[in-house]
Design a protein around this ligand. Structure first.
Ligand code: ACO
Length: 428
């Protein structure tokens, strides 16, 4: 007999089924709670709430495990191929050779932006935040691809996914070029996904940027490690927007907006600023740790702590060793890497961090790696968005294919004034 949870409220007794996931995770199904007791659950920020069931990504935060469609992320390290992982996440299994080739061809076919969209970059202030540009550009894409506002079948989904994944990289590179007053470099169809992005970022009309295999691998790895992370803040945003049957462009643009926040994707920018400040002598590592522990200071040790991981974030572990590898080939050490290591050492030895199970998260080392590629700090969260896009698409697709999906509409516990009367202006 399947397990049940029993809730007794006053004289009412409610039996609730227990849902068991494929890795043994259990959740109490409270869907009949309000109908049967008149009550709702109170779970601010949804720390105890599974908002959906999903077959895409598995995380065990206590053990530091992350798997995409069952495959541990460590298995993508040796031959990192972001396009392959994107296909895996979206379509649910590893692609066959011809499927991967066909998807790569679609990415190449769709790498250009409509010239109308290109012109928008001329209207934007040069110092505009790249995440604002990216979110607006993704929404704008809907104007040029209106045939995909409704996605009816798997072919259309594949076509719109290819457009988004391909064009996001062109948009990111063009917004960077605009911010530097540099001419746009159009994509080169002969280059692979990551190399093509670096070409659009750093080539000049008179000099082709040469991408080393190490750098291309590091970029692929960075993108793979950011590709999905189950129901995090931006993904939940994509699903919430998508639940209203909003199109994929609008849903992903909303995801970018959520990711922009410094407590989410913006954390790697904060990490770099913190490390730079330490390096410049503005603050010592010990002072940084002291401030992070002081609740009055409002300062956090950015790149540390995670809602789900109460152990070392497996992505941070991979990025840490990727940094070592990249700097060994570059033969150009980054002093911020030493600062990061020192800070990590101090935090991991500290009782405050130990008691709260605060470990480095993905953002702690990702900025250092991006810096090694020449990516400026204000583009870091854009890079995260490029990586996360396949995850958002996969989650949106899964939600749309689920016949039980309803519009997301949480309840609240109202704490405002009880009924009172409108007071005319002259009597206030
Ligand atoms: N520095 C100092 N103290 C911290 C930190 C930190 N980075 N993170 C958590 N804590 C403390 C909290 O103040 C709290 O202390 P208390 O129990 O004395 O009140 C305790 O640890 C528990 O933390 P919560 O706030 O409950 O953790 P929550 O799950 O709400 O937040 C979050 C997770 C937002 C990531 C948080 O750890 C944080 O702000 N970290 C810094 C920002 C960051 O690196 N964000 C990137 C996350 S990864 C990503 O989004 C891709």
């Amino acid at each position: 007999m399947s397990e049940k949870a029993i809730l007794i409220v006053g004289d009412k007794k409610l039996e609730m089924p227990i849902i068991v996931g494929s890795e043994g995770e259990k959740g109490i199904d409270i869907s009949q709670l309000r109908a049967q007791t008149g009550m709702v659950t109170y779970d601010p920020s949804f720390g105890n709430t599974a908002s959906c069931s999903s077959a895409i990504t598995f995380i065990d935060g206590d053990q530091g495990i992350l798997r995409y469609r069952g495959i541990p992320i460590e298995q993508f390290v040796e031959k990192p191929n972001f396009v392959e992982v994107a296909w895996l996440l979206i379509f649910g299994r590893l692609p066959k050779r011809e499927e991967l080739q066909s998807f790569s061809d679609q990415l190449t076919e769709n790498e250009l932006l409509h010239e109308g969209l290109n012109h928008q970059y001329q209207q934007i202030p040069v110092d505009a935040p790249p995440m604002a540009i990216l979110s607006a550009s993704l929404n704008n894409l809907a104007c040029y691809h209106q045939q995909f506002l409704a996605v009816e079948d798997i072919e259309s989904l594949g076509a719109v996914a290819a457009r988004l994944i391909s064009k996001v990289r062109t948009m990111a590179a063009f917004s960077y070029r605009r911010s530097r007053g540099l001419p746009f470099i159009y994509p080169d169809p002969h280059l692979r996904y990551g190399a093509n992005f670096l070409h659009m970022m750093f080539s000049l009309p008179y000099r082709q940027y040469v991408v080393t295999r190490e750098m291309e691998d590091a970029l692929n790895l960075f993108l793979i490690l950011h590709a999905d992370h189950e129901q995090n803040c931006s993904t939940s945003t994509v699903r919430t927007v998508g639940s209203a049957r909003a199109n994929l462009f609008a849903s992903c643009a909303a995801g970018v907006s959520a990711l922009w926040g410094p407590l989410h994707g913006g954390a790697n920018v904060e990490v770099m600023e913190m490390l730079q400040r330490i390096h410049d002598g503005g603050i010592s590592p010990d002072e940084c740790i002291r401030m992070a522990k002081d609740k009055e200071s409002k300062f956090k040790l950015f790149g540390f702590g995670h809602r789900v991981y109460k152990n070392y974030d497996p992505r941070a572990k991979i990025l840490r060793s990727c940094c070592d590898k990249v700097f060994a080939t570059l033969k150009r050490p980054d002093p911020l890497l030493d600062t990061a290591r020192k800070l990590e050492e101090l935090a991991l030895e500290d009782k405050y961090f130990q008691d709260r199970k605060l470990y480095p998260n993905v953002d702690f080392y990702s900025g250092i790696l991006l810096r090694a590629m020449g990516i400026p700090t204000n583009m870091f969260t854009v890079m995260f968005s490029i990586g996360r896009l396949p995850g958002w698409i996969a989650q949106w697709k899964e939600q749309h294919e689920d016949p039980t999906t309803k519009i997301v509409r949480p309840r609240q516990i109202y704490t405002g004034p009880t009924k009172c009367d409108y007071v005319p202006m002259e009597q206030r």
